[in-house]
Design a protein around this ligand. Structure first.
Ligand SMILES: Cc1ncc(COP(=O)(O)O)c(C=O)c1O
Length: 386
């Protein structure tokens, strides 16, 4: 059976070039990057080269890059590193749980949090951020691209607001990296998170940009690794892989491969909207990253569609949290004002650099018949929705 992977926002395959770059650091250059002997020095050289590559992708100095165990740790470090009891955080209702659940914990610890809403396209209004400012506001944390809809947030405008108010600004760019250019100076942010496995490096490695002069408290205590901001022996192979993936991502932003993904995504969306009735694109009215299509299929349960499509070799996702085993309604789509049934009928298709025209053709050949079959079985009739 043909296998088509349209779930690149969940994770991406490690590229062969990335694997080749990390391989020697697993087998031969296995030194501890803190050791002074030659094994350690070789590992250190790999880490520092990767730091320069990541810095180039982000438009910052190498000394401003701190490696972490992934996007979740980077987001947590930004929030817990800045905020203390009595401080105020402004974030949005559509952030990833790595930010939202950290914010909830900070509330329990005595910080206060404002969750700014989004409009029906999934966009934060910078004026809402401005209005939420208080004397106690210490940090604004807004994502650059939403993981479910791909909608790009007005981070440059929000950066200006943060700068004028002299408030720290953190950007979760986990879903933006490799999909749009990142330039921390243009965004005027103090902190920015990225994750390796979303850009063709392995899982459990990431990085955070920490602007020089930002006072950040560490979350982990131990050795003085990563300028004492992140204790723990460096994951040298993972960091080397992240560096190589960052170099490839930077090339991809120049060589037209993103335009190709955008064309495939647009053709896919047009095909679904034309051939399947009761469908629409969530977030269509806003600027979005090129690879993501979040589509509702009225009168059916998204989870059933994910399973049915998987049986046909097409890997997609509901975007809703199902780590607990029970599918919850997406907090992102709910915040956009989608009716509960429509939010539960929405599927995220996220394309990647390996996808081809044939993959789109295959998806367009299996989805309409699968949707029609499931709708016949569905207890929710169209009439009951109207
Ligand atoms: C927007 C966003 N932030 C943070 C994360 C967490 O990154 P990681 O899986 O590397 O912990 C994700 C992962 O899905 C994400 O999409």
């Amino acid at each position: 059976m043909r296998q088509v992977y349209f779930d690149n926002n969940a994770t991406t395959p490690v590229l062969p070039e990335v694997f080749e770059a990390m391989r020697p650091y697993l087998l031969e250059q296995y030194g501890n990057a803190s050791s002074i002997h030659s094994h350690g020095q070789a590992a250190r050289a790999g880490v520092e080269r990767a730091r320069r590559s990541v810095a180039k992708l982000l438009g910052c100095r190498a000394s401003e890059v701190v490696f972490t165990s992934g996007g979740t740790e980077a987001d947590n470090l930004a929030l817990f590193g800045i905020l203390a009891q009595g401080d105020h955080l402004i974030t949005s209702s559509i952030e990833h749980h790595a930010v939202l659940h950290a914010a909830k914990r900070l509330e329990e610890l005595g910080s206060s949090v404002t969750y700014v809403p989004v409009d029906s396209c999934g966009l934060v209004d910078p004026d809402d951020v401005r209005r939420a400012l208080r004397p106690a506001t210490k940090l604004i944390s807004i994502m650059m691209a939403n993981n479910e809809t791909g909608v790009l947030q007005p981070v440059v405008e929000i950066g200006k607001i943060a700068q004028e108010a002299e408030v720290y600004f953190h950007v979760d760019a986990v879903q933006a990296a490799a999909k749009v250019p990142l330039d921390v100076t243009r965004i005027a942010c103090d902190l920015l998170s990225i994750s390796g496995h979303k850009i063709h490096a392995p899982k459990a490695v990431g990085a955070i940009y920490v602007r020089k002069g930002t006072f950040l408290r560490p979350m982990l205590f131990g050795g003085s690794h990563e300028r004492s901001l992140r204790a723990g022996t460096e994951n040298v192979p993972g960091i080397v892989a992240l560096g190589r993936a960052a170099e490839i991502a930077a090339e991809g932003l120049q060589n037209g491969s993103l335009e190709k993904i955008g064309e495939l995504r647009d053709r896919f969306e047009r095909g679904i909207l034309t051939h399947v009735d009761g469908t629409g694109v969530n977030g269509a009215g806003a600027a979005r990253v090129a690879n993501t299509a979040n589509i509702y299929f009225d009168c059916l349960d998204a989870e059933a569609l994910v399973i049915a499509l998987d049986l046909k070799g097409l890997a997609v996702s509901t975007g809703a949290a199902c780590s607990s085993g029970a599918t919850e309604r997406s907090h992102v789509l709910s915040a956009m004002g989608l009716a509960p049934d429509r939010a539960r009928s929405s599927i995220r298709f996220s394309l990647g650099k390996h996808n081809t025209d044939d993959d789109v053709d295959y998806a367009l050949s299996v989805i309409p018949e699968t949707v029609a079959r499931l709708r016949e079985l569905s207890p929710v009739t169209r009439a009951s929705l109207e």
